[in-house]
Write a protein that binds this ligand. Structure first.
Ligand SMILES: Cc1ncc(COP(=O)(O)O)c(C=O)c1O
Length: 279
């Protein structure tokens, strides 16, 4: 693995160490971003950096680097990593301070970043679609912030894996929010439906790109609340994320979605997404 970045220096991963009193370790007090890179070119970098700024603002951490510095850091990470397909991970915590819930007056944010090879989702996921389970969304009410405090997401995702599924679809008060580590979109009666961007879900960059591509290609789409009943009678369901792109969901709680095969809207969106990546 290529060297990682920690607080201004590139060092081998084994030498990248953070003090135990870092608030990221003690409280999960930090935010992060994941940027996909294809042919050594980051995809939608500006959108990811904008979301990082938004997450920092949301948890009241002063941005430790300027936009231009983030851009050159990502560029350098990408250049150092030999794989053409990569994911760049950036994490910022509130820094190191004596353990106390209140913000430390003088801590300097910890900045960690790394690039690693990114492999495409397994071909059978696209060929057959994936199985998912559903569960009550027991996360907090600031899911629009990409924070490192992911224990709820970790538990929910593990429930899916324990059940032999890939992802856990989250239901809050009778409505679909998103997946434990992805956004979820639904095709129902010829319309692409996307749960609205609000405090209940992460505004996914892939979700955003998919909606833009769908609109451009003339697929009727609507960003509006999706009920659990609509999810269960959908013709197609898909999950989206920067590292897994667009994946057809063909089973929910053991029951086939629509025909039980990846649907044509999902597969067309996937094709257009590949075109978009190349452009
Ligand atoms: C909870 C959650 N929602 C949605 C997404 C998808 O966001 P993006 O498309 O920006 O990767 C992720 C990605 O990891 C996620 O963790």
């Amino acid at each position: 693995m290529s060297d990682v970045y920690l607080n201004g220096k590139f060092v081998p991963l084994e030498q990248a160490c953070v003090p135990v009193l870092d608030r990221g370790f003690i409280f999960g007090d930090g935010v992060y971003e994941v940027i996909p890179v294809y042919d050594h070119r980051p995809l939608a970098l500006d959108r990811h950096l904008h979301r990082l700024e938004n997450s920092l603002k949301g948890v009241r951490i002063t941005p430790p680097l300027s936009l231009a510095t983030w851009q050159s850091l990502v560029k350098e990470l990408v250049e150092r990593e030999p794989s053409a397909q990569q994911s760049v991970y950036i994490q910022v915590t509130r820094g190191v301070a004596p353990r106390d819930h209140t913000f430390p007056p003088h801590a300097t944010p910890t900045v960690f970043a790394m690039a690693k090879p990114l492999s495409a989702p397994p071909p059978e996921w696209i060929r057959e679609g994936i199985s998912t389970i559903t569960h009550a969304d027991f996360r907090w009410l600031k899911c629009d912030l990409k924070t490192t405090a992911l224990l709820a997401n970790v538990l929910l995702r593990q429930m899916a894996v324990d059940a032999g599924a890939v992802e856990c679809l989250l239901i809050r008060d009778g409505y679909l929010t998103e997946g434990a580590a992805s956004n979820v979109l639904v095709v129902l009666e010829g319309q692409l439906l996307a749960p609205p961007r609000n405090h209940l879900l992460l505004p996914g960059i892939t979700y955003e790109l998919v909606l833009e591509l769908a609109a451009k290609k003339g697929i009727p789409c609507q960003e509006r609340p999706v009920t659990e009943a609509e999810l269960r009678r959908a013709d197609e369901v898909m999950m989206t994320s920067s590292t897994r792109e667009i994946v057809p969901i063909t089973r929910i709680d053991g029951i086939p979605v629509g025909s039980g095969r990846p649907g044509s809207v999902t597969l067309r969106l996937l094709d257009w997404y590949q075109e978009y990546k190349r452009s």
